[in-house]
Design a protein around this ligand. Structure first.
Ligand code: CA
Ligand code: CA
Length: 433
């Protein structure tokens, strides 16, 4: 190991509220799950196909609420105290927030199907040197993860330093170039609205997602750092997670808000990894789907606002623009034709609400016979929602009115900007077009 052991990196000072979770029976979802929207997100993904690296105090973990989600063989330490004991339990807490196991006990993480690699780069005093951190960062891009080698990778760093570090900045550039994402705590130095207090590495704005802390009322936490580098805010007060070999504790800090964002990014990458390739792609998508807080637009307290999963999981970050047909009254197609249309207002170029969709279907005899043999028939909209098609007569004009569609989209806003026609069989294979 190289010997340029300056400057020192530390855990942001954090507050331990309670070492017991004694009233708990079974698995408890902490309050922030509802506020960021994990219940609906879990119907789409729990984070499979993603590996989260926790650069913190822990590397050997036995906690029953973490054990199954840890890729133990890749967990390493870069500190000089090569001890097994985890006398700082900070890393366990962070890991549990990202991917605490969905079982019958304790807590559940934001992305309970994401795998964890624990990388110890802070020692028993919660401190590390810049070369430990930089080496740990590069390890996350370089390590061969075996059967998980092609999974998306994301790094959580709930740590900070008062100065800057070229070594760490270069390590971040390196992992960015390898497609590894990074989320960092803004720090717990407080913010007066004037003097920027975001710590490194969170200040490396073009390389990492930087997280400030809010409470359950969406108010900025007294302890949270703020500044131009803040990208997003997440819950960082009274946050329960795994602590030590088998315990639980409630902690305060941007250290806790940060892994909640990392877990959310793991869900996003699990769902949309094919179209999110760069740090910038992920940052824009997180921000586009956040809930604005404080003054309108991005600000130094909340960044783009409070972390929200609903839009981030539902909305395609990179929708392919379909061809445009201007104000169609009647849309005719054959099965070999254009399969996606959208309506735009001629004058304003805004999308207009579609009251009625009128389709005139001219099918080939072969298509008609395939269609007749399908067990389930769907019309798929651009956003992925589907309506069933029943009793379509290929020789008739098919009228789908808003009322008709409402039956299938009872809780949806029926502004239909896009419609794409695909027919699926009962195994969801596309058999027409
Ligand atoms: Ca659990
Ligand atoms: Ca704002």
């Amino acid at each position: 190991m190289t010997e340029h052991k300056i400057p020192l990196i530390s855990l942001p000072p954090y507050k331990i509220n309670d070492l017991s979770f004694s009233t708990m029976s079974g698995q408890v979802k902490d309050y922030w799950h509802d506020l960021i929207g994990t219940t609906d997100a879990f119907k789409q993904t729990k984070g499979v196909g993603v590996v989260a690296f926790v650069l913190d105090t822990a590397y050997k973990v036995t906690h029953p609420d973490l054990y199954d989600n840890v890729l133990h063989e890749y967990c390493v330490t870069f500190t000089d105290d090569k001890v097994d004991n985890n006398n700082q339990k900070h890393g366990d807490h962070v890991a549990g927030l990202i991917a605490g196991t969905d079982n019958n006990i304790g807590i559940i993480g934001v992305a309970p199907a994401t795998k964890l690699v624990l990388v110890r780069c802070l020692n028993g005093n919660g401190q590390g040197y810049e070369n430990w951190i930089a080496d740990a960062i590069k390890y996350c891009a370089d390590v061969d993860l075996g059967e998980h080698n092609n999974d998306k990778r994301i790094i959580n760093m709930s740590l900070g330093m008062s100065g800057t570090s070229r070594l760490i900045e270069n390590a971040l550039k390196y992992v960015n170039s390898k497609g590894v994402f990074v989320v960092c705590a803004a720090g717990n130095s407080g913010y007066d609205g004037k003097r920027d207090s975001v710590n490194a590495p969170a200040i490396y704005d073009d390389l990492v997602i930087s997280v400030s802390s809010i409470n359950e009322k969406d108010q900025f936490s007294d302890f949270s750092s703020g500044g131009v580098a803040v990208d997003i805010a997440a819950y960082g007060e009274n946050i329960y997670s795994t602590y030590g070999d088998y315990g639980y504790a409630s902690l305060d800090g941007t250290s806790m808000a940060t892994p909640i964002v990392t877990g959310a990014c793991a869900l996003i990458l699990s769902k949309w990894g094919d179209v999110i390739n760069t740090h910038r792609d992920l940052e824009i998508h997180l921000k586009n789907n956040a809930k604005d807080l404080g003054i309108s637009g991005e600000d130094n307290y909340f960044g783009a606002g409070a972390l929200k999963l609903e839009g981030a999981i539902k909305n395609n970050p990179n929708p392919i623009e379909p061809p445009i047909i201007e104000q169609p009254k009647l849309f005719k197609f054959a099965f070999s034709d254009l399969r996606t249309i959208k309506w735009k207002d001629n004058g304003t170029n805004n999308y207009i609400k579609v009251k009625e969709i009128v389709l005139s279907i001219n099918a080939t005899e072969k298509a008609e016979s395939v269609y007749d043999n399908m067990k389930e028939k769907y019309l798929e909209f651009f956003d992925g929602s589907v309506a069933e098609l029943n009793n379509v007569d290929f020789h008739e004009i098919l009228h789908l009115t808003v009322d008709n569609l409402t039956k299938h989209f009872s809780d949806r806003n029926l502004q239909v900007d896009f419609i794409s026609m695909k027919c699926y069989d009962n195994k969801k294979r596309i058999i027409l077009f």
